[in-house]
Design a protein around this ligand. Structure first.
Ligand code: 0WD
Length: 257
């Protein structure tokens, strides 16, 4: 039987280890037949990402630290050479200094603010611009990951909440720009999931316990559930959706208290 994304190609930014949401997205897309390029930021992650990628048949691993524009250029150049075109871009990266993910938001330094925005928000636009010539005319889909800390105050999320607000606004502007070229752009707003990045947010474990007690579904979400939503957004069943933020959070976002 033909798989849904057979013959399609994707680039996934943000696999750090097996717990990464990007990894769950990769599994869902690859199971549906998509060929994938994984990226890693800095030599520190090269070996672990390469080892993980061995589990995905036909995949490729390339460097891309989004704070180095020439690495973004080189990434999409190689993707063009290898694949000839691109159907899906999954942007699942974010960064803020650990000391700025605790305490009062007003202590945020200018450098910390700029860095969080560069990696977590601006990089979507930087990557979309490079991906555009490869994605045009293929009903492509760009997907990013966000969190409700963009629109409500979540203790300790701080500067990352501001960066996620910029990211979600970027999704809307990019969707308007790229829609006429046949490319959709959406965000998944995931509930908290225990990953490497999440461990940098102070009192993260307490937040998970609290959510499991109070969300409509009375549990937290899994990375696999986010991966499957990524599959939906990459594939033809979501062809009428662009510029949206879709919550995969067990219903947390509808609650008042
Ligand atoms: O609860 C959670 N885990 C949630 C995560 C809830 C809602 C949203 N998200 C978002 C995150 O904000 C992020 O955008 O999902 C995305 C993926 O996050 P993750 O899976 O929780 O985190 P992780 O497995 O740590 O992957 C993020 C990766 C980095 O890992 P480390 O831990 O080494 O910082 O982002 C990448 C890196 O692989 N990254 C970069 N990639 C390119 N250039 C850079 C950079 N400069 N900096 C970090």
């Amino acid at each position: 039987m033909q798989r849904l994304l057979e013959g399609k190609t994707g680039v996934i930014l943000g696999v750090a280890n097996k717990r990464s949401i990007a990894w769950a997205c990769a599994r869902s897309l690859s199971d549906a037949g998509m060929r994938l390029v994984f990226t890693y930021a800095g030599e520190r992650l090269a070996a672990s990402v390469t080892k993980l990628a061995e589990e995905i048949p036909g995949s490729l691993v390339l460097p891309c630290d989004v704070t180095h524009p020439e690495e973004i250029d080189a990434l999409f150049e190689r993707v063009g050479e290898e694949f000839g075109g691109l159907d899906t871009l999954v942007h699942a990266i974010a960064f803020a200094r650990r000391e700025e993910l605790r305490g009062d938001f007003y202590h945020t330094s200018k450098e910390g603010y700029m860095l969080a925005h560069e990696v977590s928000a601006y990089s979507l636009t930087a990557c979309a611009r490079r991906a555009l010539p490869l994605m045009e005319g293929r009903e492509g889909s760009i997907i990013t990951l966000t969190y409700i800390g963009s629109e409500r105050v979540i203790p300790n999320y701080n500067v990352m909440g501001i960066a996620k607000a910029a990211l979600e606004a970027s999704v809307r502007y990019l969707a308007a720009d790229l829609g006429p070229r046949g490319i959709r752009v959406n965000a998944i707003s995931a509930g908290p999931i225990r990953t490497l990045s999440a461990s940098g947010v102070k009192d993260f474990g307490e937040m998970l316990d609290n959510i499991a007690r109070t969300t409509p579904l009375r549990r937290n979400v899994t990375a696999q559930e986010v991966g499957d939503t990524c599959l939906f957004l990459a594939g033809p069943h979501s062809r009428g959706i662009t510029g949206s933020t879709i919550f995969v959070d067990a219903g947390f976002h509808i609650m008042g208290i």
